[in-house]
Write a protein that binds this ligand. Structure first.
Ligand code: DX5
Ligand code: ZN
Length: 213
C-alpha cells in the first residue's frame, strides 16, 4: 500500500503541534518536512529548531527534504532535531556520495532528490546506497504548484532501474500531488506520496488522505 507523507509546509505555522497531531490521527506514515535556505530554492521556510519543537509530540517518521545548498553543513543539526530520513538534492552538492555516507553514519535513513530538469543518470551511481529516491514533480520552493506530467516517465524508469538492479529503495514523489496525479504516480511506481496543499487546504482532510490511498 502507498505511504502518505503530508508536507508540513502547508500547515498553519501558528498551530504546528495541533496541526501535526490532527494529521497523525488520520493514519499517515510520514511527516514531510521541507527545509529551504533561500539559496538553493527561491524561498525560506524553517530550520531544524522549528521541527525539533514538535518532535516530542509526534510519533510520525520525520522525512526531511533539504532544499539547501551544500546540505553537508546541516546534517548533524537535522539529525539532532529528530529526523528519521534525510533527503538531499543531487544538484546541491559536489559530493553527493560523501553526504549520503555522512547521513548513514549518523544512523538515519538517506535519500537523494532530483529536480524535474535533472536526469536519472545523476543518481545512478548512488542507487545502491540509498533508502529513498525523491522525484520532484514541481520545481522546488513552493507549495500549491501544478504537477508536471512528464515526470511520470521518470518515475516508471526509476522503478525499472530499481527492479533490474534488485534494489529496494522507496520511490517518493513531491509536488502537485492530488487524487488524480497521485493515482498516476502510484501506477507509474511511486511508493510514497508527498502532499501539502491538497491535504491541508481540504475541507475534509481525512477524506483527502483517504482519496490518495
Ligand atoms: C515544494 C516542496 C513540497 C511542497 C509540496 O518545494 O518540496 O514538499 O510542500 O506542496 P504541494 O503538495 O502543495 O505541491
Ligand atoms: Zn518537499
Amino acid at each position: 500500500m502507498v505511504k502518505i507523507a503530508p508536507s508540513m509546509l502547508s500547515a498553519d505555522f501558528a498551530h504546528l503541534a495541533s496541526e501535526i497531531q490532527e494529521i497523525e490521527s488520520y493514519g499517515v506514515e510520514y511527516l514531510h518536512i521541507d527545509i529551504m535556505d533561500g539559496t538553493f530554492v527561491p524561498n525560506i521556510s524553517f530550520g531544524p529548531m522549528v521541527f525539533k519543537a514538535i518532535r516530542a509530540q509526534s510519533q510520525l517518521i520525520f522525512d526531511c527534504h533539504m532544499m539547501v545548498q551544500n546540505p553537508e553543513r546541516y546534517i548533524d543539526d537535522v539529525v539532532k532535531a529528530g529526523a528519521d530520513i534525510i533527503t538531499v538534492h543531487a544538484e546541491a552538492t559536489q559530493h553527493l556520495h560523501r553526504v549520503l555516507q555522512q547521513i548513514k553514519a549518523a544512523g538515519v535513513k538517506a535519500g537523494v532528490v532530483l529536480n524535474p530538469g535533472t536526469p536519472l543518470t545523476a543518481v545512478e551511481p548512488v542507487l545502491d546506497m540509498v533508502d529513498m529516491v525523491l522525484i520532484m514533480t514541481v520545481n522546488p520552493g513552493f507549495g500549491g504548484q501544478a504537477f508536471i506530467e512528464s515526470m511520470l516517465t521518470k518515475i516508471s524508469q526509476l522503478k525499472q532501474m530499481r527492479d533490474q538492479a534488485g534494489l529496494d529503495f522507496e520511490i517518493e514523489v513531491d509536488g502537485g500531488v492530488n487524487d488524480k496525479s497521485g493515482r498516476q504516480c502510484i501506477e507509474a511506481g511511486a511508493d510514497v506520496l508527498v502532499a501539502g496543499s491538497y491535504i491541508f487546504n481540504a475541507e475534509d482532510r481525512q477524506a483527502a488522505v483517504e482519496s490518495l490511498r
